[in-house]
Design a protein around this ligand. Structure first.
Ligand code: NAD
Ligand code: TYD
Length: 350
């Protein structure tokens, strides 16, 4: 059986990707390697966990010996690398974990792939999943292209940019067959409620203040997570080695509009009077170095591989809210314990 390693498969995007791949390719074994940090949750994958072409391995990509031993045991033909520290606010509070996981962890995987593929790269592929945040911040005009110079501005985006450069360097220097994609903000089920959309949903549920950073006018380009997973599958199958593909939702919104839309949908779904949840909106101290606007130009992946988002924003948003309301136990579980400490610390001083 062909074996593909997926790192970070217990996280938000990784779990949607693993589900898609396990169902679509029954003749390939997908090994999900994840350290189950606060953001990783095997409950995201209960529906596919006993499939014969799925295995879970718990471990840290920063642990070089463990990574080499795992490659030795499985002899993967491909790697799809998503494991990362992924939250900008945490990177501002504590950059070093981001350097370790996002940079050192990526190098460990690159080295293992290079060693076990022994410079015979036929049929092999190393796919690095990255973010649009490496391109920096836009003004009112323009969009990020694959050729936009890197200009990362948070410890998170700097660590992802660094890993992207290393992946490209291994391609140019050693010929490692790599592809990279840089995607805009994802939303959907199973996202950890430190990120804007699930955090706001969770706070509305508990009648807690809805923290909007600064004026709420920062803009993100939102994509439904399953559309991202489909793009990753397509790029893994059809992308060209050495190339980068931008993935985006073509769907820019100001944060305050996202928050108000969530309030309206939640009022309706919870049977609250119209306008009730909006009263919870609280403008708080802005994020340090807060990037103003992200927007992706996804022409390349559309023209070369035929990908475009399938889920319209309104449908995706309704589906997302419905999922969190139907899965309140999931939210309760991930927001108990350490989450409360995190929330208190992060938002006390805002
Ligand atoms: P996430 O934080 O939900 O999940 C990350 C996963 O990686 C978790 O399961 C965690 O346990 C695992 N992990 C973290 N450190 C690890 C380590 N040292 N060893 C092994 N596993 C480890 O993140 P996400 O939102 O699903 O993002 C996945 C990837 O996609 C990341 O590389 C991120 O940079 C990228 N990305 C995310 C978005 C987004 O909007 N969320 C957009 C574009 C790109
Ligand atoms: P986030 O979900 O953290 O994603 P990213 O910073 O990677 O884009 O934040 C999305 C936007 O929402 C970003 O502009 C910061 C803002 N934001 C808030 O206004 N309040 C919050 O509590 C959070 C977590 C984010």
């Amino acid at each position: 059986m062909k074996k593909i390693l997926v790192t970070g498969g217990a996280g938000f995007i990784g779990s949607h990707l693993v589900r898609l791949l396990v169902k679509k390719y029954p003749d390939t074994l997908f090994v999900n390697l994840d350290n189950l940090t606060y953001a990783g949750n095997l409950a995201n994958l209960t529906d596919i966990s006993s499939e014969p072409n799925y295995e879970f391995v718990k471990g840290d990509i920063v642990d070089e010996d463990f990574i080499m031993a795992t490659f030795d045991a499985y002899r993967f033909e491909g790697v799809i690398h998503l494991a990362a520290e992924s939250h900008v606010d945490r990177s501002i509070a504590s950059p070093k974990e981001f350097i370790m996981t996002n940079i050192v962890g990526t190098v460990n995987l690159l080295n293992a792939a290079r060693f076990y593929w022994k410079d015979n790269f036929e049929g092999k592929r190393f796919y690095h999943v990255s973010t649009d945040e490496v391109y920096g911040s836009l003004g009112d005009e323009g969009k990020f292209l694959e050729t936009t110079p890197y200009d990362p501005r948070s410890p998170y985006s700097a660590s992802k940019a660094s890993s992207d450069h290393l992946v490209r360097a291994y391609h140019h220097t050693y010929g490692l067959p790599v592809v990279i994609s840089n995607c805009s903000n994802n939303y959907g089920p199973n996202q950890f409620p430190e990120k804007l959309i699930p955090l706001i949903l969770n706070n509305i549920r508990h009648n807690k203040p809805l923290p909007v950073y600064g004026q709420g006018t920062n803009i993100r380009d939102w994509l439904y997570v399953v559309d991202h997973a489909k793009a990753i599958d397509l790029i893994y199958q059809k992308g060209i080695n050495g190339e980068t593909y931008n993935i985006g939702g073509n769907n820019e919104r100001q944060n305050i509009d996202i928050v108000k839309t969530l309030c309206r949908i939640m009022d309706r779904q919870l049977g609250r009077p119209e306008g009730d949840s909006e009263k919870l909106i609280t403008y708080v101290k802005d994020r340090a170095g807060h990037d103003l606007r992200y927007a992706i130009d996804a022409t390349k992946i559309y023209e070369q591989l035929g990908w475009q988002p399938e889920v319209q924003f309104n449908d995706g948003f309704e589906k997302t809210v419905a999922w969190y309301l139907e899965n309140q136990q999931w939210l309760d579980e991930v927001t108990s314990g350490n989450y409360l400490k995190y929330y208190d610390k992060m938002y006390r001083e805002r």
